[in-house]
Ligand binder design. Structure first.
Ligand code: NAD
Length: 360
């Protein structure tokens, strides 16, 4: 029986519309292959929304997103809107979307594709075979804890304060995402904290250890964040899935992503507990190349694969996309950002067409 999903498309700004239209065509082909009927609804976000409505996230967009099964977002932002007050900037629309959908879990894979191994700044033997997923808590921890601000002390000094705080409920829900993600991968979860120094991290470690008893098929380990950072560049192959708090995850997911060396290849997912997830490339709107049909659409296409796996529970369709990325690269097709000598260079649209040829 044909399955039906309502997908909200947020093309946004810059290269966003270019990579989105390629990805929609890929999804239509996937739909035919896997008997999936995608019902796409396009909505405004970022600079495009500011131009049309004066708001970076119009209420209508949030409502369309809430009523869908998943949200595909390309990218927002550009020079044109850089000098607006913060509340009216494109980036504010993104933060409002995350808050509005209560997306507390951010999943960022760092997978080394053998065809692109030379793009990494690390030695090939260190990064070959790396396949890591960082699960970062997104709505709590030191970025949101109270009190925060810059205060004046009794002696007249300025004192900057942020508070790193987690409740057991916040830790438990991200722990579950971490364990369930590991279950869909190699079954290994490494929890990263600073429990040797921070009380909040001790609670983190206690809760993660407790939740582990619900997931006997997942092998759990713990690392202090300083050691995790070191291990990530020393021997990244030891990691499968990492779960960690907001600030540690912010730093480690960027470090892990850069093991791969190519920003045009990196997807991400942000998940809530009852709302649809948002799936988007890690890169921005690349205004420097917008409109010239040279953007790499593969991070966006891989974001659609994450949508299929983590948002719609369609792992076979997701795998088909991931394998096709590998096949297209193995046959030597490249966009400009990942081009190397002897390879065949394609523009954004042509890469999409080639991709669909390989799918069929
Ligand atoms: P960027 O990721 O847009 O671009 C960095 C560099 O990588 C540029 O040289 C760009 O041409 C290149 N690049 C990025 N994606 C590419 C792709 N798919 N194919 C080929 N080359 C690609 O980051 P930036 O320049 O710092 O930011 C540009 C705008 O994007 C800013 O307005 C910023 O706020 C916004 N931004 C948005 C998001 C998002 O939508 N989630 C994330 C980061 C930055």
């Amino acid at each position: 029986m044909t399955k039906q999903y309502n997908i909200t498309l947020l093309p946004g700004d810059g290269i966003g519309p270019e990579i989105m239209s390629v990805t929609v065509e890929v999804l239509k082909t996937i739909g035919k292959l896997f008997e999936i009927d995608f019902n796409f609804t396009e909505a405004l976000i970022g600079g495009a929304a500011i131009d049309a409505t004066s708001q970076p996230l119009p209420p209508e967009t949030l409502s369309i997103c809430r009523n869908s099964d998943a949200v595909l977002l390309a990218a927002i932002g550009g020079y044109k809107w850089d000098n607006l007050p913060r509340a009216q900037r494109p980036e504010t629309g993104l933060l409002q979307l995350r808050a509005g959908l209560e997306l507390f879990a951010n999943l960022r894979p760092a997978t080394i594709l053998p065809q692109l191994i030379d793009a990494s700044t690390l030695k090939p033997e260190v990064v070959e075979g790396v396949d890591i997923m960082v699960v970062r808590e997104l709505t709590g921890g030191i970025y949101f804890g109270q009190p925060k601000g810059i205060f004046t002390t009794e002696t007249g000094q300025s004192r900057g304060v942020n508070t790193m705080a987690y409740t057991d409920g916040e830790i438990d829900r991200i722990a579950k995402v971490g364990f369930e993600t590991a279950q869909k991968r190699q079954g290994k979860l490494c929890s990263v904290d600073k429990a040797n120094v921070l009380d909040v991290s001790q609670l983190w470690r206690d809760r993660i250890t407790k939740i582990a008893s619900d997931y006997p098929d997942v092998e759990l380990s713990h690392l202090y964040v300083d050691n995790a950072a070191m291990q990530l560049v020393r021997a990244p192959k030891q990691f499968d899935t990492i779960v960690t708090g907001n600030m540690f995850g912010d730093i480690l997911s960027d470090a892990a992503a850069m093991l791969t060396g190519s920003i045009g290849m990196l997807p991400s997912a942000s998940l809530g507990s009852s709302s649809p997830g948002v799936f988007e490339p890690v890169h921005g709107s690349a205004p420097d190349i917008a409109g010239s049909d040279i953007a790499n659409p593969l991070a966006m296409i891989l974001s659609a694969a994450m949508m299929l796996r983590y948002g719609l529970n369609e792992p076979a369709a997701a795998e088909k996309i991931e394998k096709t990325v590998s096949n297209v690269l193995s046959d030597g097709y490249r966009t400009g950002d990942i081009m190397s000598s002897g390879m065949k260079q394609l523009g954004c649209r042509a890469m999409g067409e080639k991709f669909r040829e390989f799918l069929n």
